[in-house]
Design a protein around this ligand. Structure first.
Ligand code: IFM
Length: 458
């Protein structure tokens, strides 16, 4: 399975999950720093602020990627590390400048995400406040001023579904609220922030700019109209409510109607949708799993049953997940690589293709309860290799069927802080032990070989 020339092969991480160093060089608290102090918020009470010390070990981490032969690295910037209100924190900026130089020196293209959930705690109302979208654009401009000469690709937001519905309605992510009105406000302000940040990037002459959305494809359990309709509603608030306005300049009418009871009349100001739908140069998509749902008895007020944590599908309180006979990861997510092929083809056909926008898989990977480090120093994570192989085959098939896919960034380089789940869910191709030593797993060698040859051997 040979991939096109110039294909990006890399890994992805995010600032809060890996950096640590939360209270040095002028970094200020984010909403995730505060959330880590809320009793019961994080599995096992673990402290996400510690990360895995990438802040001090970035040189070693870059050398690991270079050793594997990867040509791209997607990382995020911690907004409260680089900004103090509207002033730049030079020490924080310097860290990312050093990281970018290190990557370029190692022949690895930096791919920068501006927002991966660690919002400055000082912003009143967080994303429920329209003003946060404007502050996001200011931060974007300041960061681009400093790094724009060296970073070719800029992603505004990572997974706004998580920073709106999961955070403000589901209560599972910071700030841990359970208010659907707040979730809808956050959703719109995040999209507005994306559009305003895009304007700042264009003004600064950014080479390539886009957004990363997480897609959770859903299938109906049967062709019963009730199952089909609940599937439509879950898909609407998970997937279409973000991608549709970006490409068409309107919220999908059915989803707008489904969300009406929580939608403030003055939420969308004139011009917002034009700002949100300004052209992008690349659509990043994160894919982990496809799920099947059926209509059940509504649970109050809005959550979906069938997972061991509640999922905030506010417009589908009657949705019930149906287990399929498929292997599962440690997250309990069903493994079905073909879901990624179908997703890529759908995005290419409905949105990205007609707009001439290429796709990049900006996250894909799996957590498994990894084997211990063997006496030979190797972690034999064969299940992860199987997952990656199956999903790369899906990307390859989608390209063969016409989707314009330009890269694959595996999640994640390192075992790290998996948000509300703590450190126990291990997504890395490189293990991190208690002393923070890096131990490449068998999957790292496998993935490096794929990157070097630009394809997967059958
Ligand atoms: O760890 C997360 C990441 O921060 C965002 N996308 C999904 C990953 C795995 O859950």
């Amino acid at each position: 399975m040979q991939f096109p020339p110039g294909f990006l092969w890399g890994t992805a991480t995010s600032a809060f999950q890996v950096e640590g160093a939360h209270d040095i060089d002028g970094r200020q608290p984010s909403i995730w720093d505060e959330f880590c102090d809320v009793p019961g918020a994080i599995e096992g009470g673990e402290d996400g602020r510690q990360g895995v010390d990438h802040y001090h070990r970035y040189r070693e981490d870059v050398a690991l990627m270079a050793g594997l032969g990867l040509n791209s690295y997607r990382f995020s910037v911690s907004w409260p590390r680089v900004m103090h209100g509207d002033r730049v924190n030079p020490a924080g900026m310097d860290f990312y400048s050093r990281l970018v130089d290190e990557l370029l020196g190692a022949g690895i293209e930096p791919w920068l995400t501006l927002y991966h959930w660690d919002l400055p705690a000082s912003l009143p109302g967080g994303w429920t406040n329209r003003d946060t979208a404007y502050r996001f654009a200011d931060y974007t401009a300041a960061l681009h001023d400093r790094l724009g000469d060296r970073v070719p690709t800029w992603t505004t937001l990572n997974e706004p579904w998580c920073s709106s519905f999961l955070s403000y309605a589901g209560g599972e992510h910071a700030p841990g609220h359970t208010d659907p009105v707040e979730a809808v406000r956050a959703m719109h302000h995040l999209l507005l922030g994306h559009g305003l940040a895009l304007q700042a990037l264009r003004a600064g002459g950014a080479e390539r700019a886009g957004i990363t959305l997480n897609f959770s494809p859903v299938l109906p359990a049967s062709d019963d109209p009730a199952d089909v309709d609940v599937t439509r509603r879950v898909d609407g608030t998970s997937n279409r409510v973000f991608v549709h306005p970006i490409f068409t300049g309107e919220y999908p009418p059915d989803v707008r109607a489904d969300l009406d009871r929580w939608w403030d009349a003055d939420l969308v100001a004139e011009g917002d949708l034009a700002t949100i739908s300004a052209p992008i140069d690349v659509l990043g998509l994160n894919y982990y799993a496809t799920a099947m749902v059926r209509a059940g008895e509504p649970v109050e007020p809005w959550q979906v049953r069938g997972r061991d944590r509640w999922t905030p599908h506010i417009a589908a309180p009657d949705a019930e997940y149906v287990s399929r006979d498929l292997p599962r990861t440690a997250m309990d997510w069903e493994v079905e690589g073909d879901g990624l092929r179908r997703l890529l083809l759908w995005l290419h056909r409905e949105y990205a293709g007609p707009a001439g926008v290429p796709l990049v898989v900006t996250e894909n990977g799996a957590a498994y309860p990894d084997a211990e480090v063997g006496p030979d120093g190797v972690v034999r994570d064969l299940d992860r290799i199987g997952y990656l192989r199956e999903h790369l085959a899906a990307v390859h098939a989608a390209i063969a069927e016409g989707a314009d896919v330009r890269g694959y960034l595996e999640w994640s380089l390192l075992d790290n802080f998996e948000w509300a789940w703590g450190y126990d869910k291990k997504f890395g191709i490189v293990a991190v032990d208690a002393a923070l030593n890096r131990i490449p797993k068998a999957s790292a060698a496998w993935y490096g070989a794929v990157a070097r040859r630009g394809g997967v051997e059958h």
